[in-house]
Design a protein around this ligand. Structure first.
Ligand SMILES: CC(C)(COP(=O)(O)OP(=O)(O)OC[C@H]1O[C@@H](n2cnc3c(N)ncnc32)[C@H](O)[C@@H]1OP(=O)(O)O)[C@@H](O)C(=O)NCCC(=O)NCCS
Length: 206
């Protein structure tokens, strides 16, 4: 058993809305995994090669949290878990970015800026998505605490947007700043407002 590799396959398909539920990033069955270091390097590049960015740090701690779960037995994992939990709390309390390791996070996801970013532990976020300050991906009803949004690939989430409940946001969709999204958004569409409505495509100009 190798504890040096994690479960990201360099040639894996992108995480899109269609396959978001079976995101391979956290799936140990994939072959030719990226090492933790390779993943973090890729995230660093996605964050403009700036290791001081809170978003990069939050994603790096997340990757570490996922990586340490492969360490068996539990006793050997314990010191890594201790370190992870302390780093997770430091990121959450210091930068206001709550990104638990149970999230299924794609590759090169960028967290732009910080504060008020809450990601439900059962959320799925596809490859190359952008999440901005003040974004919540959360459950909608208290009595359905496990409901969480699924974002496809390359979803662009505007500052302050709230995406609530068991909704799916398609690949290449955009969510406007401060939108409250309560229903699915198809691939490539833009949703704005409260509650969010799809923007109609503009007629082509001649
Ligand atoms: C939604 C967004 C992606 C623009 O999409 P677009 O397809 O280019 O839309 P347009 O700018 O052509 O606007 C289309 C309509 O939506 C409205 N609109 C745009 N963004 C909106 C928003 N966030 N909330 C409500 N309405 C919005 C516009 O006023 C316009 O309305 P109108 O047709 O009645 O005039 C962009 O406005 C946005 O919200 N980006 C988020 C960026 C962000 O968070 N930046 C923070 C950086 S720190």
């Amino acid at each position: 058993m190798s504890i040096l590799k994690t479960a990201v396959n360099q040639s894996q398909p992108v995480i899109s809305a269609d396959n978001a539920a079976s995101n391979p990033v956290n799936d140990a069955a994939t072959a030719a995994p990226l090492s933790l270091w390779q993943q973090i390097r890729e995230d660093w590049q996605a964050h403009g090669r700036d290791w001081t960015k809170p978003g990069f740090r939050a994603v790096a701690v997340y990757r570490f949290g996922v990586w340490r779960m492969q360490i068996k037995p539990k006793l050997l994992r314990a010191p890594f878990s201790l370190l992870y939990r302390s780093l997770y709390r430091k990121i959450r309390n210091g930068y206001g970015i709550d990104l638990p390791y149970t999230v299924k996070l794609g590759r090169r996801v960028v967290i732009e800026h910080q504060n008020g970013i809450i990601i439900h532990g059962f959320s799925v976020i596809g490859d190359d998505c952008i999440i901005r300050q003040g974004v919540t991906l959360g459950n909608r009803y208290l009595d359905r605490p496990d409901d969480a949004p699924k974002l496809g690939a390359r979803v662009n989430v505007g500052a302050g947007a709230k995406i609530l409940g068991d909704v799916t946001i398609g690949d290449d969709a955009s969510i406007g700043a401060n939108a409250v999204v309560l229903s699915d958004v198809p691939n490539g569409q833009t949703a704005v407002g409260i509650p969010a409505k799809l923007l109609q495509a503009k007629p082509a100009q001649n």
